[in-house]
Write a protein that binds this ligand. Sequence first.
Ligand SMILES: [Zn+2]
Length: 458
Amino acid sequence: MAMPSPTRRRDGSTIAHPAREGEGRAAPVCLNRHDEYNYRDTRTGRLPMSVVEEIKARLDIVEVISSYIPLQKSGRNYKALCPFHSEKTPSFVVFPESQRWHCFGACSEGGDVFTFVMKKEGWDFRTALEELARRAGVELRPRTPQQAQAAEETARLRELLAEATRYYHHLLQHAPEAEGARAYVSRRGLNADTVARFQLGYSLPRWDGARDYLTAKGYTVAEQVKAGLLVRREDKGTTYDRFRDRLMIPIRDGRGRVIGFGARTLDPDGKPKYLNSPQTPLFDKSHVLFGFDLARQAIGREERVVIVEGYMDVMQAHQAGFENVVAQMGTALTEPQLRQLQRYTKRLVLALDPDAAGVQATLRGVAVAQETLAEEWTPVFDPRGLVGYEARLGAEIRILRLPQGYDPDDLIRQSPRRWAELVETALPVVDFLLQVMLDGLDLNDSKAKAGVVDRLLP
Ligand SMILES: [Zn+2]
């Protein structure tokens, strides 16, 4: 992820970005937070002083960083092109002796192995701690027995959902009953690589297919209910498979772990068209962006994310090579969704339905985005006389207006080039609003125009 450059105002002056949270004080953060965890060494069972120090002692920063970027030996140190800003000559240095890194170029900052992975992966400290602990073979232990039990239950649910994903995926590829599902997938133009990458699956047209399989694998009925795979009948207390005769689309968190499913009916008259996992301890649709785990790297690389509405839109986009595309899971973007994206980019393109409801949803999304991404928005009149907003923090939101009657899925299949053009020419929010409001207005009516400007100004 590149450092944000200062925002240039339209009058040519610039606004410096305030330091982001955590920057430049990573070490104190580590020291303040490590006492949240007790842990034991998985090999010796001993209890060392500091989990952060233990992880750092076990991991070689050269090895960790070289798993992300190629390092060149240079005297006692290693050099590389800085992964956080673009440059032609290496100014990024890794020091094996102090186990630290520093960019002597535009970033002019450095840190330890924790700050490196936090910056590179967009992780918060907790995630970095968990991931590096895993890599170092250090087991983190939650503090209280209750926390330990909750963590164990969560781990079980994750395993259960991973097992269910493999089960459904296997059925899609091999079950005779999945013939219709396979035909549907190929009719939608999804190839074998996409089916494998998204681990698409199929649920049998039975009330007990998943339950029998997962029970035989050692998971209790209660666990399967908790994971949202089984429904319990209120009256009799018996259970049945929630997902039957549907195309199963695993929904993953940002780290690629399955947390739920979207399930599409294969019956043209089937209702609902999409049946999602209910809210579970792992799945909260207001927090999830579908495809984010597969899009993260591309979003960081391209410094832009395109947000669409449907699973099919995301899969089609990725298949066509547009990997910076994710889907919101509900009718509007939420703050937790935007917070995840914010770690990778502040340039958002919203590609939503062109109909009236779609426009309303877009506007709701924009309102949330404005609150989340920018502390302060300043209206600016640009030379063309349009009202524009620029966020002090450099957020940029654009709206991709799809041609009437198209969703991204159709459009990308028909013309990937047209899609790329629409992304490039997406309108800044306020230009979009202006266009929507001017639709149906007489542009020669100066009173009407003045009214529009009034509505746009805060
Ligand atoms: Zn740099």
